[in-house]
Ligand binder design. Structure first.
Ligand code: FE
Length: 211
């Protein structure tokens, strides 16, 4: 496959580095694996939103927004699951890449920094999903996958927008932007390097364009 990434289209404002051609080729070559992983990503994203509702139970506006987010992530999970089932692909467990846990390790332990960092990490994960789903929607040879990713990616853009707004409302623009820059660097670092084995490709496996 010799598609060239349109770096402008692939670029998402929050991210410190765009995804690489290598990631796209690996993901297209193992589309089933990426689809299974995507189902798990939606499930986990719903879990993160619920976890935050439990962690901050008396913040009404947060609760209302996260509840809507969790529902939407679950709807997406069901949508991806339905496609997997139509294709006879079992929703097997997949070893997760180090990405999520290495980002979560950057979250500071004390409040209110813990809240800011958790929102930003969740937002960065959504932003990367959005960017990669846009690549798959544009370059997947499978029309049904193109359509699915195309449909879901608009929501991912709203999801990272929501985490951004939640941070800005509570911490102000300056503090949010400064911490976001730091965490975005970690996010890009977490995706640097090359894939050890083709079957380890995931929505968030390594593969970014090196500066
Ligand atoms: Fe999402």
């Amino acid at each position: 496959m010799t598609v060239l990434l349109e770096s402008r289209a692939a670029r998402v404002k929050w991210l410190a580095a765009p995804s690489s051609q290598a990631w796209l080729e690996q993901a297209v070559a193992r589309a089933d694996l990426v689809l299974i992983d995507h189902a798990h990503c939606e499930r986990k994203a719903a879990g993160v939103a619920l976890q935050l509702m439990f962690r901050y139970p008396s913040d009404e506006s947060l609760g209302a927004q996260l509840s809507a987010l969790a529902r939407e992530e679950l709807e997406h999970f069901e949508q991806v699951l339905a496609l997997l089932q139509r294709r006879g692909i079992p929703l097997k467990q997949l070893p997760a890449p180090a990405y999520g846990s290495s980002l979560m390790a950057q979250v500071r332990k004390a409040e209110p920094q813990r809240m800011l960092d958790t929102f930003l990490v969740a937002g960065l994960i959504e932003a990367r999903s959005h960017e990669r789903m846009a690549l798959l929607a544009a370059h997947s040879p499978d029309a049904e996958l193109q359509a699915l990713y195309g449909e879901l990616l608009a929501s991912e853009a709203r999801h990272f927008g929501l985490y951004w707004v939640l941070c800005e409302q509570r911490f102000g623009r300056e503090v949010t932007v400064e911490r976001l820059r730091e965490l975005a660097q970690f996010e890009a670092q977490a995706l640097s390097g090359s894939l050890e084995r083709p079957e380890l490709v995931r929505m968030h496996s390594v593969g970014i364009q090196q500066a």
